[in-house]
Design a binder for this molecule. Sequence first.
Ligand SMILES: [Zn+2]
Ligand SMILES: [Zn+2]
Length: 459
Amino acid sequence: MPEQFKALQGFKDILPNEQPYWRMVERVAVEVANLYGYRRIETPILEETTLFARTTGEGTDIVEKEMYSFDDRADKEGNRPNLTLRPEGTAGVVRAYLEHGMFQLAQPVKLYYLNEPMFRHERPQAGRVREHHQFGCEALGDGDPAIDAEMIALLYDFYAHLGLKHIRVFINSIGDGNCRPQYIEILKDYYRPLLAESCRDCQVRFYKNPLRLLDCKEPQDQPKIAAAPKILDYLCEPCREHFDAVQRFLRVYDVPYELDPLIVRGLDYYTRTVFEFTSDIDKLALNGGGRYDGLAEILGGAHTPGIGFGAGIERIILEMKRQKITSPADELPLAFVVYFGKSPEYKEAAVRTVAALRHNSIKTEMAYGDRMRMPKRMTGAESSRINSSALVRLRMLLDPLCGNSFPWEIIQDCTPCFIRQHYLNVIVPVYLGNSLFSTLRRKGNVIRCTVLNRSISLE
Ligand SMILES: [Zn+2]
Ligand SMILES: [Zn+2]
């Protein structure tokens, strides 16, 4: 027998039982993004490697060796471009903004992406996945601090609308090209005498990316970090004013925020506002974001202020489950058609019943493959939940041939409520309390029912 396939390590199927969570996150994200005036964009999963190489790199979470890169087949000229599966969302969105001349539109251009897969070639240890999905927003073309506050408020609303509690918002300013270099010198002066007793990573960071010294998680370096000079004390006047304005607007939005001078971003194109959301329960970051006024220039565009965040959806769903937030379950069928007997005529009658109900937008299922019973999941707790409401009063004729007689028997004792068309051996259990079939009128050969306030015809 051929070997059975398995999904690649670090890649996961999102099974039907998980989907209600995803749909809930999706619905809330679309709602909130729309509320704040963000429009959806989708960019390709594959881009030239250099796009990501320029925007990520040593000192960020994504280093080049973690990217999913490969050489494409040779083109006509024999060149083999190196391509990369998108590791994050911002680079592609900024590339699209520049490529499509969105700088000519009214600024800022506010965009969001949703359920977009991102890839990192991480070692798939302890829950690390190689493919994950993100909801992200980017606002490009204006550096107004009101946009920074708006984006943080949007994200706060998003988590709140999902029903998440214990969300904490941390913000910081990391200055700009005007004031940050001086701060970095001050930070290095502080660290230089401490370097010998710092962890090995910090010794590298000192030379390669000093801001990331503040990111170290090693216990031995925590006292050094706590006592280090804070960038907020070294902001230039325009950066200070910007940060004050962001905080003022956040208070207007009623977003409870805290200052955390240790949130940093390691790359030069990041400027001013950076933020992080955590859940107080496990102290793990939900997502980060920040202003990147220098990014468009790195990608060959004109100077374009921008700010954005990317939030991992798997991480959010994990938090929802941890906080016992229930997602709305799949909508159950309102009717389930079962037929009895081997005669093809019975089966046809069942299919006709199903078709009539579906054509009238009533979610209907049937027993396939000559199964006489309803599937197990329909008879368990799910159906009893639905049927705890009053039993259906049914007046239903599916076949005008029946004349004025009523061929459906209502079996009231059963849960769910069944109606049975005797002579066709078809049973339609109806799952919806007392409002499925509420009225019925007969006009000639056409039976009209009012179903869920919609008038339908059953012929
Ligand atoms: Zn360290
Ligand atoms: Zn500054």
